[in-house]
Design a protein around this ligand. Structure first.
Ligand code: HEM
Length: 397
C-alpha cells in the first residue's frame, strides 16, 4: 500500500453519526467522571457497588421505587435473579429456532411489499421488523402490530428540546396520554390473555412473579425502548453503510451469516446506538486508567462514553474510525461491537436477537435486483440515550 494511502486511511472517518455528536451535543453534568478508555469502561461496567443511573433511572425510582422495577433499573441480587429467570427467552437455541422463523417470514413479507411498490421508507420497514420481534419475546401479541408500532413511535420519537414550563407541562400530559393508549390498546389485552393462559414470554413470567399491571406496563416500555427503538435505528444505520460502501456490501452479500453478523458488529462499533452509559457509585472505588488510578468517591456519577471507548486504539486497533471488514478484535476478548451492547451485569440480553434479525432482513433486502438508497436519512439526536435517530431514508428499485 502506498504511504499516501496509509496516511489517508489512518485519518478516514466513516462514522455517519459523528457530525451530530460533534455539533455541540452535550449531555454532561458538572462533577461527573467521564470514562473514555475501553479498559477502564469495562472495569466500571463490571464493578460491584454501582447502580444504574442512565435512562432517567433515578427520576423513575422516585416515582416507582425499586421493588419490581424494570430489569434495566434493578441492581445487585434482585437484578441477577431477574436476568437468570428471563435468560431462557434469549437463549441461542430459542433465538435460532423460534424467533428465526418469525424473522425470516417477516423479512420476506416486507421485502416483497417493497418489490411490488418499487420504493419504501426504510425506517418504517425497520420499525415493523423490530417491533414484531421484540413483541413476540415480551408477549405483546394481542393487538395489531402496525398500531402498536405507531404508538411506540410517538412515544420514543425525539421531540425538540422543551422551552419553558408550559411546553414542559404539555409534553408531560402528552406522554401520559401516550402511555395510557399503549396500556389500553397493547399491554392490557396481552395481560388479560396471559392471565387465562400463560405462555413462553416476559409478560407471563412477570405475572408468575406477582407484578402488577402498572409494573408490567413499565417493563413493556423498557423493552420498547431497549429492544425496539434501538434495533430499528441499527437496521437503518447498517443499511446506510452497506448501500454506500460497495466493498462492504459485496462482502456482506457474499458471506455466511456468522460473517455478516461480524460485519454488522463492526458498523455498530463505529455507530453505537446507546452512546453513553451512566452509573452511580454506592461506595468508593478505584479504576485503573492509562494515566494512573482514577479514584471514585461514593455518590459520584460516572459516564461511560461508549463512542470513545469503541474507538480507543488500544482496543479497536489502527484506524479506529474506519469501517474495516477485516478488523480483528479477538485480543480484547470482547464482541466485535466492543461496548455497543454494554458490558457486565446489564449487558444487553437481546444482542443476538438484534444482530440476527438485522442480518436476515438486510440479506433479503440487498439481494433485490437494482435496490438502491434513493434518499439517505436525516440524523437527529435523542438525548435520553445519547443516540442518533435516522428518519426519512427512501429505498427504490
Ligand atoms: C441494536 C440493538 C440493541 C442495542 C444497541 C442495545 C443496547 C443495549 C445496551 C447498551 C444495554 C445496556 C444498558 C446499561 O448497561 O445500562 C442494553 C440493555 C438491555 N437491552 Fe438491549 N440493545 C439492543 C437490542 C435489544 C433487543 C432486541 C432487546 C430485547 C428484545 C433488548 C433488551 C434489553 C434489555 C431488557 C436490557 C436491560 C438489561 C439489564 O439491565 O439487565 N435489547 N441494550
Amino acid at each position: 500500500m502506498a504511504i499516501d494511502q496509509k496516511v489517508q486511511d489512518a485519518h478516514r472517518d466513516d462514522r455517519k453519526s459523528a457530525r451530530i455528536v460533534g455539533a455541540g451535543v452535550h449531555d454532561g453534568v458538572n462533577g461527573m467522571i467521564c470514562v473514555a478508555e475501553f479498559a477502564a469502561a469495562r472495569q466500571v461496567l463490571r464493578s460491584n457497588g454501582l447502580r444504574q443511573a442512565g435512562f432517567r433511572a433515578e427520576l423513575l425510582e422516585r416515582f416507582t421505587g425499586r421493588k419490581n422495577a424494570p430489569v434495566l433499573f434493578q441492581d445487585g441480587e434482585a437484578h441477577q435473579k431477574q436476568r437468570s429467570a428471563t435468560a431462557r427467552f434469549f437463549a441461542p437455541k430459542v433465538v435460532g429456532t423460534r424467533y428465526r422463523a418469525l424473522m425470516e417470514e417477516l423479512s420476506e413479507r416486507l421485502v416483497e411489499r417493497f418489490r411490488s411498490a418499487g420504493n419504501a421508507e426504510l425506517d418504517a420497514m425497520s420499525l415493523e421488523m423490530a417491533v414484531a420481534v421484540a413483541a413476540e419475546i415480551v408477549g405483546l401479541t394481542e393487538s395489531k402490530q402496525a398500531g402498536m408500532a405507531r404508538r411506540l413511535n410517538r412515544f420514543f420519537d425525539a421531540s425538540d428540546p422543551q422551552r419553558g414550563w408550559l411546553s414542559a407541562i404539555t409534553a408531560f400530559a402528552a406522554s401520559q396520554y401516550k402511555m395510557l393508549a399503549f396500556y389500553l390498546r397493547d399491554v392490557r389485552p396481552a395481560i388479560r390473555g396471559r392471565r387465562k393462559t400463560r405462555r413462553q414470554d416476559v409478560i407471563s413470567h412477570l405475572l408468575n412473579q406477582g407484578y402488577s399491571d402498572r409494573e408490567i406496563l413499565t417493563e413493556c416500555l423498557t423493552y420498547g425502548a431497549a429492544g425496539m427503538a434501538t434495533t430499528r435505528e441499527f437496521i437503518v444505520m447498517a443499511a446506510w453503510h452497506l448501500f454506500e460502501n460497495a466493498e462492504l456490501k459485496h462482502r456482506f452479500i457474499a458471506s455466511d451469516e456468522a460473517t455478516q453478523v461480524a460485519l454488522l458488529e463492526e458498523i455498530l462499533r463505529l455507530e453505537p446506538i446507546v452512546g453513553a452509559l451512566y452509573r452511580r457509585a454506592e461506595h468508593e472505588l478505584t479504576i485503573e486508567g492509562k494515566g494512573g488510578p482514577i479514584r471514585v468517591q461514593a455518590g459520584a456519577l460516572l459516564k461511560v462514553d461508549v463512542r470513545a471507548a469503541n474507538t480507543d486504539p488500544a482496543a479497536a486497533g489502527a484506524c479506529p474510525f474506519r469501517a474495516d471488514a477485516d478488523r480483528d478484535l479477538r485480543a480484547t476478548r470482547s464482541s466485535d461491537s466492543l461496548m455497543s451492547f454494554g458490558d457486565g451485569p446489564h449487558r444487553c440480553p437481546g444482542a443476538a436477537v438484534a444482530l440476527q434479525e438485522t442480518a436476515i432482513f438486510l440479506d433479503r433486502l440487498l439481494r433485490v435486483p437494482n435496490v438502491r438508497l434513493m434518499r439517505p436519512p436525516t440524523v437527529k439526536w435523542n438525548p435520553l440515550i445519547s443516540s442518533y435517530e435516522l428518519r426519512g431514508a427512501v429505498i427504490a428499485t
